[in-house]
Design a protein around this ligand. Structure first.
Ligand SMILES: *Cc1c(COP(=O)(O)O)cnc(C)c1O
Length: 396
C-alpha cells in the first residue's frame, strides 16, 4: 500500500508544529517559527491565549455537546452578541467556513423560493474567489483547479470579473437570486474591492430585490480593523458567512442574516449536529470578548498601518521582487514580480518565518491580531534577511 493514512490531498511541508507560544510555533525538532500565517487567519489571539484556553477548558468540564433538539442558552447568548454587534437579526452556527457559505447560499435561494420566485436561484460570484471545498462552494468559484475530477458542478452560479460593477450589472437577469462576494479576496490574492463596487452591488440588490451575500470567512472578525470588513465600505449585507477567526482555533463558523433575508429558513429547513454546541460557543464568546471592542479594533488598525508603512519602505529596496503592498488592517499582501511560493518556502525553511502564498502572485501576511512591537520587529528582520538572501529559482 502506498497511500498515506492521512488522505494525500495536501502537499504538506516539513514544518511539523507540536506547540504554540503566542505568535510562534514550535516544531517537533524544537525549531521556533514566527507565525504570520496564523492557521490562515484563524489564530487571531495567537496560540496560547489564556482567556480562550480557559473558556474551552471550563466548558469542556461542564458540558461539551448536546443536540440541537434541546434549548441552547450558550447558542442564544453568542447569537445575541453577534446580532447586537452586526447588521444581522439571526444566526445559524456551523463548524467551518464552507458550511457557513453553504447556509448563506441556501438562505439566498430560500428567500426567493419562499417568495414564490422558484426561478431565482442563481448567484453571481466573482473570478478567483474562494468559498470553500464542498460541492456548492467549489461550484461558486470559477477556479478550474478546484473542479478537476469533481464534475458535474452544481448549477446556479455565474462568474463575473471581481470588482467589475458593469459586468455584475450586465449579468443580472430573471434567474438571479443575488451576489456572493468577498469584500477582500483572500485566497485570490488579498484584493480589496473598491468602494464603488461594493456600494454598486448593494444598490443593484436593492433595485432588483436580490440578496447581497458576503463571504467574510477570511476578512471578518477584526482582521481588517473593523469587526467585519464591510463596515469600511459603508454598506450592510443581507446575509454573511463568517468562520476562521471567530473560534480563534476552535472549529466554528456562522451564517448571519437579516430577518427579511432569512424568511425561507424555517423549522426543519436546515441543520447541523455539532453546529453551535456549547464547547464551540464558549470559544466564540472568548474571542468576541477580546476583539469586539473599540480599543482592540483601533489597535488592529494602528498595527496594520504601521506594518504596511514598514513594508512599503522595505519593498523599495527590492524593486525586482516586489510590486506593491495591499490589503486592509492586518490582512496584508505583498504582490510579487516573481512566483511567491518559492519565496514563501525560502522564508519558512531558511528564516523560520511562516507566511501563505495566494493567487495573483501574492504573499499573504496574516499575523495573529495580538502581535506586538517585538513580533513586528522580528518579522521585518526575518523578511529583510530573507529578501537579501533570496535567489529566484531558474524555471524548470
Ligand atoms: C477559508 C475560506 C472558506 C472556507 O472555510 P473552511 O473552514 O475551510 O471550510 C470560505 N471562504 C473564504 C473566503 C475562505 O477564506
Amino acid at each position: 500500500m502506498s497511500i498515506t493514512p492521512l488522505m494525500p490531498v495536501y502537499p504538506r511541508c516539513g514544518v511539523r508544529p507540536v506547540r504554540g507560544d503566542n505568535c510562534h510555533l514550535i516544531d517537533e525538532d524544537g525549531t521556533r517559527y514566527l507565525d504570520f500565517a496564523a492557521g490562515i487567519a484563524v489564530n487571531l489571539l495567537g496560540h496560547s491565549h489564556p482567556g480562550l484556553i480557559g473558556a474551552i477548558q471550563e466548558q469542556a468540564g461542564t458540558l461539551m455537546h448536546v443536540s440541537n433538539l434541546y434549548g441552547s442558552p450558550q447558542g442564544e447568548a453568542l447569537a445575541q452578541r453577534l446580532v447586537d454587534a452586526t447588521f444581522a437579526d439571526t444566526v445559524f452556527f456551523t463548524n467551518s467556513g464552507a458550511e457557513a457559505v453553504e447556509c448563506a447560499i441556501k438562505t439566498a435561494r430560500a428567500y426567493h423560493q419562499a417568495g414564490g420566485n422558484e426561478e431565482r436561484f442563481e448567484l453571481i460570484t466573482f473570478k478567483n474567489a474562494f468559498h470553500g471545498r464542498t460541492m456548492a462552494t467549489i461550484s461558486a468559484s470559477n477556479q478550474d483547479k478546484m473542479h478537476k475530477g469533481f464534475n458535474p458542478l452544481l448549477p446556479g452560479f455565474r462568474y463575473v470579473e471581481f470588482d467589475d460593477l458593469e459586468g455584475a450589472k450586465a449579468a443580472v437577469g430573471p434567474n438571479i437570486a443575488g451576489f456572493l462576494v468577498e469584500p477582500v479576496q483572500g485566497e485570490g490574492g488579498i484584493r480589496v474591492a473598491s468602494q464603488a463596487f461594493m456600494r454598486g452591488l448593494r444598490d443593484l440588490a436593492d433595485e432588483h430585490d436580490l440578496m447581497l451575500v458576503l463571504d467574510e470567512v477570511q476578512c471578518g472578525v477584526a482582521r481588517t480593523g473593523t469587526l467585519y470588513a464591510h463596515e469600511q465600505f459603508g454598506i450592510e449585507p443581507d446575509v454573511m458567512a463568517t468562520a476562521k477567526g471567530i473560534g480563534g482555533g476552535f472549529p466554528l463558523g456562522a451564517c448571519l442574516a437579516t430577518e427579511k433575508a432569512a424568511r425561507g429558513m424555517t423549522f426543519g429547513t436546515h441543520g447541523s449536529t455539532y453546529g453551535g454546541n456549547p464547547l464551540a460557543m464558549a470559544a466564540g464568546q472568548a474571542v468576541m470578548e477580546e476583539v469586539a471592542n473599540d480599543a482592540f479594533l483601533a489597535a488592529v488598525r494602528e498595527k496594520g498601518e504601521r506594518l504596511r508603512s514598514r513594508l512599503e519602505q522595505f519593498i523599495g529596496n527590492y524593486p525586482d521582487l516586489f510590486e506593491e503592498v495591499r490589503g486592509l488592517g492586518l490582512m496584508l499582501g505583498l504582490k510579487m514580480k516573481v512566483e511567491p511560493r518559492p519565496f514563501m518556502q525560502h522564508l519558512r525553511d531558511d528564516h523560520q518565518l511562516l507566511t501563505v502564498a495566494a493567487g495573483d502572485h501574492t504573499l499573504r501576511l496574516l499575523p495573529p491580531l495580538v502581535i506586538g512591537d517585538a513580533e513586528m520587529d522580528e518579522f521585518i528582520e526575518k523578511l529583510s534577511a530573507g529578501a537579501a538572501a533570496y535567489r529566484v529559482p531558474e524555471p524548470a
